[in-house]
Design a protein around this ligand. Structure first.
Ligand code: SAH
Length: 220
């Protein structure tokens, strides 16, 4: 038990009762991972509120609801190899690490990738590999993946990520024609191709890279 155990439990209950998150494994992970350790010290008291918060390098730690929702959409049973793009603070990474066999995470900003590596070590998480680079290219040597989660918003589905998805695998990514208004898109690879569906509006920092936005607009 840590000093935030009660607010964390309340947050998980809110995810269940208000947002209708139903996957018990996801709720359990949200009730376990210490989100307060992933936010800047000055914001610690706000760590279990239902908000995104600023982290280093003008990026954000995603809202707990969106972390839970995206994770739930991946239908993780515990055996999967998951690719995460936009590791940021490492909070979503830590959630995924509890729910899948192995997590590969790519973060573009060196400062954040370093922080992420340190957090993984500090929390004793053993099934995560971190790389600093452009995640829109995926992580070819470890492909294919059973699930891919992209935590930054792009203009379209990055082709390398589709190519690196296992048949039956699921990819969840925010997509929008502008950097301000996005839809969460779930793409599933079938024997014949891809099935895509919109699963709700969202707002993420831009996905910047070869198969994303070329540069950040209006975001700095
Ligand atoms: N899941 C993270 C979200 C961080 S915000 C968290 O909750 O902390 C999104 C992150 O995506 C930022 O850290 C940003 O630097 C990163 N990002 C943007 N474009 C990227 C790219 N092409 N490859 C890898 N990371 C990228």
């Amino acid at each position: 038990m840590d000093e935030f155990a009660i607010p964390r439990k309340r947050m998980a209950e809110h995810l269940r009762n208000h947002y209708r998150i139903v996957d018990e494994r996801v709720l359990d992970a949200m009730n376990t991972v210490p989100r307060h350790l992933f936010v800047p010290e000055a914001l610690r008291s706000q760590a279990y509120k239902d908000n995104a918060l600023p982290i280093a390098a003008k990026q954000t730690i995603s809202q707990p609801f969106i972390v839970a929702r995206m994770t739930e959409l991946l239908h993780l049973a515990g055996t999967e190899r998951v690719l995460e793009i936009g590791g940021g603070s490492g909070y979503q990474t830590a959630i995924l690490a509890r729910l899948a066999r192995k997590v590969f995470t790519v973060e573009r900003v060196p400062e954040l990738a370093d922080g992420l590596k340190k957090m993984v070590r500090r929390l004793g998480i053993r099934n995560v590999s971190v790389r600093c680079g452009d995640g829109t290219e995926g992580w070819r040597v470890y492909a294919p993946f059973d699930a891919i989660l992209v935590a930054a918003g792009g203009p379209e589905l990055p082709q390398p990520l589709l190519d690196q998805l296992e048949i039956g695998g699921r990819l969840v990514i925010p997509i929008g024609e502008t950097q301000k208004s996005q839809q969460l898109v779930l793409a599933t690879r079938t024997e014949k191709g891809f099935k895509t569906e919109d699963v709700g509006p969202c707002a993420f920092v831009p996905l910047i890279g070869e198969h994303g936005w070329k540069e950040a607009r209006n975001s700095v």
